[in-house]
Design a protein around this ligand. Structure first.
Ligand SMILES: Cc1cc2nc3c(=O)[nH]c(=O)nc-3n(C[C@H](O)[C@H](O)[C@H](O)COP(=O)(O)O)c2cc1C
Ligand code: SF4
Ligand code: SF4
Length: 268
């Protein structure tokens, strides 16, 4: 069987989960590929259609933001429904979500978003890793390693289920009640996240890493004007966490990288 997964990962957690899943699938003698939906990857409609056509099972993977899915992923899913709809093909699909503290999303909404795409969700898993936002304490590696081990087991179960044509829908439960409240409040804050970001000109070396690696191309630099953060920002925290000099701040707080450690993904 061939598995192709479209993923979004701001800071590496979700990418780790998809790579771990793909390694398990390959160990079991099957094919597995992954495709980043970052705008810079230039994933054209034709390429997406070909990938879906040539695969037996389609994966969708993203972090949980505010009990929901990041704008870049919901935009991608809307696009997928539009471009796959006319094909009228039915394909098995699975979802891998990663989260830090409380996953309040649930498979129902993902199913709703996929309606009309021909992708039929047969599996949904949540993998708890590490929070990538406002990590005011050093990352607890021991805890993260335990979660990665648990995640590996969950992903192995997912692979076994998919390969034996069995469903695996996890994520129903009381946490969806919490999600209802979070999901009402947080999307606005995510939409306004770009307004909270700025660059500390005193420490910035103008290396342009943030501009070149923003998944939604929402950071502009102009000589004399400095940096502007644009409304397309999906609030992924990549620029904040990966700036080599820790020069990106949020509302001027969480600024000093020596006092506030940045999170750079699960792989050391
Ligand atoms: C804007 C934003 C909102 C988040 N909201 C939640 C949340 O509601 N629940 C949760 O458990 N984790 C939340 N997180 C943490 C991420 O879901 C978690 O760190 C995820 O694994 C990051 O994946 P990535 O490294 O692939 O980007 C949030 C992170 C961001 C940046
Ligand atoms: S990544 Fe950091 S140092 Fe490099 S240009 Fe951006 S803010 Fe400046
Ligand atoms: S501006 Fe920063 S937080 Fe917003 S999408 Fe780009 S990298 Fe992510």
């Amino acid at each position: 069987m061939k598995f192709s997964t479209f993923y979004f990962s701001g800071t590496g957690n979700t990418k780790w989960a998809v790579e771990a899943f793909n390694a398990i699938i390959r160990e079991k003698g099957h094919q597995a590929e992954l495709f980043s939906i970052d705008l810079g990857e230039n994933l054209t409609d034709d390429r997406i259609i070909a990938m879906v056509r040539d695969s037996d099972c389609i994966g969708l993977a993203n972090p949980i933001y505010g009990g929901g899915i990041p704008p870049i992923m919901s935009d991608f899913l809307n696009r997928l429904v539009t471009i796959l709809g006319p094909l009228q093909t039915q394909k098995k699909a699975f979802v891998i979500n990663t989260f830090g503290y409380v996953n309040a999303f649930g498979p129902k909404e993902m199913g709703k978003l996929l309606a009309g795409s021909g992708l039929v969700m047969t599996a949904y898993v949540n993998i708890q890793l590490c929070n990538n936002v406002n990590t005011t304490n050093a990352v607890d590696r021991e805890m993260l390693n335990k979660r990665m081990t648990k995640g590996q087991m969950e992903l192995t179960r997912l692979a076994d289920r998919l390969l034996s044509n069995r469903k695996m829908i996890k994520g129903h439960g009381p946490q969806l009640m919490i999600g209802a409240i979070i999901r009402k409040k947080v999307p606005d804050a995510i939409g306004r996240h770009y307004q909270t970001l700025s660059v500390n000109a005193e420490t910035c070396t103008q290396c342009m890493d943030c501009v070149n690696h923003c998944p939604t191309q929402s950071i502009r630099f102009e000589e004399g004007q400095g940096f502007t953060f644009l409304p397309g920002c999906t609030a992924c925290m990549r620029c904040y966490n990966f700036c080599p000099t820790g020069s990106i701040t949020m509302n001027g707080s969480y600024a000093d990288p020596l006092e506030v450690p940045r999170y750079q993904g699960p792989v050391e």
